[in-house]
Design a protein around this ligand. Structure first.
Ligand SMILES: NC(=O)c1ccc[n+]([C@@H]2O[C@H](COP(=O)([O-])OP(=O)(O)OC[C@H]3O[C@@H](n4cnc5c(N)ncnc54)[C@H](OP(=O)(O)O)[C@@H]3O)[C@@H](O)[C@H]2O)c1
Length: 269
């Protein structure tokens, strides 16, 4: 039996779809329907019940801080044979923001627990653009570093790679760096969404200083905002890496950002 955490989310939903023939158990706080089990990753009593009869787990850790995950990782190490953990590529890029640190800490905990594991180190999700749907719908996107190249990944491909890693024991002990098929600049991403929706969207280049001031005004820690902006700035000269992992693991080429924009056009209309 496979347990999928975050099963109502972008990636977990795709993992569940990819494993539908195995009738996996689907966990989240609000899960409902066939195979659903309501559980909270921080509630060990509920997690113990959810793990009954389970041997493999798709794990994500959608909240900080990392130390809260320690009892869960300990429980998993005693109860299941294998874990596929959704992590981030920025670990390899050496980024030191909260999200990267949390995932690095989870990877360390899982390794120290002795669990057989696969780490899915994902590039940025194309679904992050959905957070900007309001601005995109307004027809104007104001952001810095339009020329920054990002290898955003389609949630379908993340789900397909994770599903295969759960099916095949050969992926135990591996780190799979999963990206989209090419680096697409931020400005081009908006053009492709405009094409998919059939509506014009204007890119307005924001200076790094103006973007920093806006982020701090919105509650960001000044240093974290500066670090993130420096990272985006670095992608103008050196775009994010592209790997062939999706094709290698699933036998099907990774879906393009153009495809993603077409799949989600309604969200931007
Ligand atoms: N965005 C990126 O660019 C990026 C890149 C690399 C890695 N990641 C990682 O990917 C993960 C997010 O994946 P996603 O986009 O699929 O997330 P998502 O769409 O936001 O879904 C999150 C899922 O987790 C469940 N969940 C949240 N808190 C929970 C809790 N305390 N207990 C049990 N279930 C809980 C949610 O359902 P309920 O609310 O019903 O519980 C939902 O099913 C995060 O761990 C993130 O750090 C993201």
């Amino acid at each position: 039996m496979i347990l999928i955490t975050g099963a109502t989310g972008n990636v977990g939903g795709q993992v569940a779809a990819g494993l539908a023939d195995l009738e996996p158990r689907r966990l989240s706080r609000s899960a409902s329907g066939p195979g659903a089990v309501a559980g909270d990753l921080t509630d060990l009593e509920l997690m113990e019940k959810a793990l009954d009869g389970v041997d493999r787990v798709f794990l994500l850790w959608p909240m900080a801080p990392a130390p809260l995950a320690e009892p869960l990782v300990d429980l998993l190490s005693r109860r299941v044979e294998r874990v596929v953990f959704l992590s981030t590529l920025t670990i390899a890029a050496g980024l030191d923001d909260d999200i990267t640190r949390t995932h690095a800490e989870l990877e360390r905990m899982i390794d120290e627990s002795g669990l057989a594991r696969t780490f899915i180190r994902a590039s940025g999700f194309a679904t992050n653009l959905l957070w900007e749907a309001h601005a995109i719908k307004s027809g104007v996107v104001r952001k810095p570093f339009g020329a920054a190249g990002r290898s955003l990944v389609h949630e379908h491909d993340l789900g397909a790679v994770a599903a295969q890693a759960l099916r095949d024991d050969a992926y135990a002990g591996t780190e799979l760096v999963v990206t989209g098929p090419e680096a697409v600049t931020q400005r081009r991403q908006i053009e492709l969404i405009a094409e998919a929706t059939g509506r014009p969207i204007r890119w307005e280049e924001l200076s790094q200083d103006a973007a920093h001031a806006e982020m701090v005004g919105a509650g960001w820690d000044p240093t974290m905002a500066a670090d993130l902006l420096d990272y985006y700035g670095s992608l103008v000269e050196a775009p994010e890496p592209v790997t062939s992992t999706v094709a290698d693991v699933t036998g099907v080429p990774a879906r393009s950002f153009r495809q993603w924009a077409q799949d989600h056009a309604d969200a931007f209309r």
